[in-house]
Design a protein around this ligand. Structure first.
Ligand SMILES: NC(=O)c1ccc[n+]([C@@H]2O[C@H](COP(=O)([O-])OP(=O)(O)OC[C@H]3O[C@@H](n4cnc5c(N)ncnc54)[C@H](O)[C@@H]3O)[C@@H](O)[C@H]2O)c1
Length: 413
């Protein structure tokens, strides 16, 4: 057994959005970290010091650590030497929107074949409630002496390095030794841990994501309501939040998308035997926002218009297009408009076009996600701009005022 300072940690799914930042932070705190992954391309990229996705500050750190306290591999043999194995493989819902418990369960079984007794297994993927207990029972049935913990990841992509060291870590485990070891590991990177029982921790993670998803749905619903009456939602948002602390959590509207929020709301719903009305309502609202945009554009004679969507990632300044609602909007517009051109400076997708082409050719421009580098864009006055995020609002108001100032004075006799 290694000491805490030269602990060997293997992260399964280590080249992904959760695994790689965690590996970087652990390696920077003296752990010997191996990133185990099945994606050959990503493993090669990481070993050559390049990040496979955008993450603030990560590439610099990767170049410092790779080949020293950090390496990536396809070879499961690394599991045999590990003191700690952390699994962060994806836990998507299936095509019928049900949780995929069996897959995670099977993938853990493969890890157990390689892991040695007295090591610690940490589940870090967001799991369907009860999965940690199932894995614990499996360990007992197999007569294995492997310690088991569930410590859910709570970072937001893009801010992972900062959040991993700043946010408290939720730690849950079966048995005191597992809890102690998991706590010690996370106290090497963050100041505080919060102890919960495994089922509590599983629910805490799902509550977090579902709450965010519902919170965004409230704003999106209010946005659609105000717009349906021709009102400027952002005037209302400003009026009810300004110097009024009780409305601090009133989010701005926008696409609530990505690989986590919807699927975790669905996991919680499945756990609640589908009696999760708030979650279902949030899903209808958030997934309905692209449809609302199309409805609002219909009077503009879409069949003869070219529409551009700027920003195809699931959120601003990200290169991750997983479950992006900009793609849903594109699908809807493709059957309504003459042409749809999509652009994103970060997303790698051969169907996208350069920004200038999208802007020049479009009659209507829809902001898919607010990337910072779109901030200073300006558009000719004859183009219709749709910005549900309120990202360009100040400038659009100024441009409207300018147009009004320049309008020839009408003289009525
Ligand atoms: N992305 C986020 O911001 C975030 C935040 C908190 C929690 N989570 C949760 O973390 C989990 C992982 O999400 P992610 O965004 O990192 O996914 P991801 O797809 O970016 O990463 C998963 C990685 O696992 C690898 N992988 C898949 N099967 C494997 C296997 N059998 N052995 C080894 N590697 C394997 C993939 O190649 C990929 O590199 C999910 O449960 C997700 O809900 C994600």
């Amino acid at each position: 057994m290694s000491t805490e300072s030269d602990q060997k940690v293997v992260i399964v799914g280590g080249c992904g959005h959760v695994g790689l930042p965690l590996g970087l932070v652990l390696a920077s705190r003296g752990k010997l970290v191996t990133l185990l992954d099945i994606d050959r391309g990503k493993v090669q990229q990481v070993n050559s010091g390049c990040m496979p996705f955008k993450e603030e500050g990560a590439e610099e750190l990767l170049q410092k650590l790779i080949g020293k306290s950090l390496s990536a591999t396809l070879d499961v043999a690394c599991l045999r030497r590990a003191d700690v194995v952390i699994t962060v493989v994806g836990t998507p819902v299936d095509k019928h929107l049900n949780p995929t418990v069996a897959e995670l369960y099977r993938s853990v079984d493969k890890l157990l074949e390689q892991m040695r007794d007295d090591s610690l297994l940490i589940l870090r993927s967001t799991v369907y409630p009860g999965v940690t207990k199932l894995v614990y029972e499996r360990l007992q049935m197999l007569g294995r002496q492997i310690h088991l913990a569930f410590c859910p990841e709570r970072i937001a992509e893009g801010k992972a390095l900062k959040e991993l060291v700043e946010l408290p870590q939720i730690v849950s485990a079966f048995g005191a030794e597992a809890a102690y070891r998991a706590e010690r590991l996370f106290l090497a990177i963050t100041k505080s841990v919060i102890a919960l029982a495994p089922l509590e921790a599983e629910l805490a993670k799902l509550f977090t994501n579902s709450w965010r998803y519902i919170n965004f749905a409230v704003s999106n619903q209010f946005y659609m309501l105000a717009r349906s009456y021709g009102l400027d939602f952002f005037r209302l948002h400003d009026a009810v939040t300004r110097d009024y602390p009780r409305m601090r959590s009133f989010a701005k509207p926008g696409f609530a998308a990505g690989p986590c929020l919807l699927k975790d709301t669905l996991q919680l719903s499945a756990f609640a035997s589908n009696n999760f009305f708030l979650g279902h309502a949030a899903m209808l609202i958030n997934e309905g926002l692209p449809n609302f945009i199309v409805e609002q554009l219909r009077p503009l004679d879409l069949p003869v218009r070219c529409v551009a969507i700027l920003g195809m990632a699931f959120k601003g300044d990200s290169d991750d297009p997983r479950e992006s609602l900009s793609y849903k909007l594109r699908k809807l517009l493709e059957v309504q408009a003459k042409e749809v051109l999509c652009s994103d400076p970060f997303v790698s997708d051969p169907s996208l076009v350069p920004l200038a082409k999208a802007v020049n050719q479009a009659d209507i421009i829809v902001l898919g996600v607010p990337h910072s580098l779109y901030r200073d864009l300006t558009f000719p006055a004859e183009k219709t701009v749709v910005d549900v995020w309120g990202f360009w609002r100040e400038r659009m108001l100024e441009a409207d005022a300018e147009r009004l100032r320049k309008r020839p004075v009408e003289v009525h006799l």
